[in-house]
Design a protein around this ligand. Structure first.
Ligand SMILES: Cc1ncc(COP(=O)(O)O)c(C=O)c1O
Length: 412
């Protein structure tokens, strides 16, 4: 057990018993500051690279080279939930290139690196058409650099696919939770996969160690990276546009409630940050974690953030939600989220299986177990659940790359 930490006794008992909980963040505040320049910089970088993305990934042609997902109304599932307002599903499970929320942050950081190297070598200026990154001579330069990352799977896929396309060498350290098909897909694009017998935190430590040993090696650090975070945060601006286009109001009388699966916290943290930038006090963000891996809840509720892990509570960190099997949260996301986040819900594997089936039976959508955690937000009573004017979004964070056979196994 961790030496000194305090939690309300009822919460502590439920967490230890792995019973689903609803934790409302007592530190949420209307007073906070945001680094808008960080989001602006990431958004502009994604715009600069759009011509290259469009050229190299034809599935982004209709999106003009933007890596963005649909916002889709959910009409059928609503009948079974506690929700009285509108429900939408944000289809990051279908994000181009790597089929998960990780395509936002992971790809942004790889582009950041490619741009940095190219600028340092005086190969581009920021005003150029970035299609130039598709040229062989650019790939030859980038092939002198190695990107190292640790992942439960989806971050590795986003970084592996993008890095290889640009010409970088890439090594992905994978935790024991990572699915075989994710490793095979990475090897198929030319990434080197290193398998670890331990959990995600161990894979991160090994990756960091390796990158420190080698020159021209860059570690994409899911526990610490601001570039990952900024890439996720751009989602807020994009969502604002989508809601405007669909005529959905967000204001004091029309709250927006968003439910996002959480692992180490960078992905949902960045999205929440971006939502705050665009909707201020009118957005209510809830994260959802597995009952065996509530690392962000534990870090925020104790105030110990990355100094405490779910093992300190005697939990196993074993879950069918492989992307959320993280025992220790990001070193900075929870701290940053203290005034921003409304709460964290936990979900059991049994509930995840029920939600996967329900989503398929009602809407015909198949997503991966980690993504289904978001659905929990529709089945717990929260301050805005009964508000008829509210809009609710479940952030479906992954699924379209899952092989058909495995997809079938989720819903049978
Ligand atoms: C499908 C899916 N959803 C959510 C997450 C959580 O993101 P984070 O670990 O940044 O909290 C992951 C992480 O890999 C994931 O794969």
């Amino acid at each position: 057990m961790a030496k000194n930490f305090s939690l309300p006794p009822e919460l502590k008992d439920s967490l230890i018993a792995a019973s689903p909980v609803v934790w409302l963040n007592p530190q949420k505040s209307e007073s906070y500051s945001l680094d808008r320049a960080m989001i602006e910089e990431a958004e502009k970088r994604l715009i600069r690279f759009a011509p290259y993305i469009q050229r190299e990934f034809p599935e982004t042609l209709s999106l003009n080279g933007f890596i963005e997902s649909a916002l889709q109304p959910m009409l059928q599932l609503k009948e079974e939930t506690l929700i009285k307002g509108n429900i939408f599903i944000k289809r990051d499970d279908g994000l181009p290139i790597s089929g998960s929320i990780k395509a936002r942050g992971g790809i942004h950081e790889v582009l950041y690196l490619a741009e940095k190297v190219a600028l340092e070598h005086h190969l581009i200026s920021m005003e150029d058409d970035y299609s130039i990154f598709a040229k062989q001579r650019m790939k030859n330069i980038l092939s002198k650099y190695k990107i190292v990352v640790a992942s439960t799977g989806n971050l590795g896929l986003s970084i592996g696919i993008m890095s290889r396309k640009l010409g970088f060498n890439v090594i992905v350290h994978m935790s024991h939770d990572a699915k075989e098909w994710k490793k095979s897909m990475l090897r198929a694009v030319g990434a080197q996969v290193i398998e670890h017998a331990g959990d995600y935190s161990l894979a991160v430590a090994k990756g960091r160690e390796e990158a420190e040993r080698e020159v021209n090696s860059y570690f994409i650090d899911d526990e610490n990276s601001k570039h990952l975070f900024a890439g996720y945060a751009v989602a807020g601006r994009r969502l604002k546009k989508q809601l405007d286009e669909q005529g959905i109001k967000v204001d004091a009388n029309h709250p927006l409630c968003v439910y996002i699966p959480c692992g180490v916290g960078g992905g949902p943290g960045g999205v929440c940050y971006g939502l705050k930038e665009n909707f201020g006090e009118h957005v209510y963000c809830y994260f959802v974690e597995p009952t065996q891996s509530p690392c962000m809840l534990l870090g925020m509720a104790t105030g110990q953030h990355d100094q405490i892990s779910v093992y300190d509570l005697g939990l196993t960190n074993k879950t069918i939600a492989d992307g959320l099997a993280v025992g220790r949260p990001s070193s900075f996301a929870g701290k940053l989220l203290e005034p921003l986040l409304d709460g964290i819900l936990t979900v059991s594997d049994e509930e995840l299986i029920t939600y996967l089936k329900k989503l398929y039976q009602t809407e015909g959508i198949i997503i991966e177990p980690s993504a289904a955690a978001s659905i929990k937000g529709l089945f717990v009573s929260l301050p805005t659940s009964a508000n008829k004017e509210a809009t609710h979004i479940i952030w479906s964070t992954g699924g379209s790359m899952v092989p058909e056979e495995e997809q079938k196994s989720y819903i049978e």
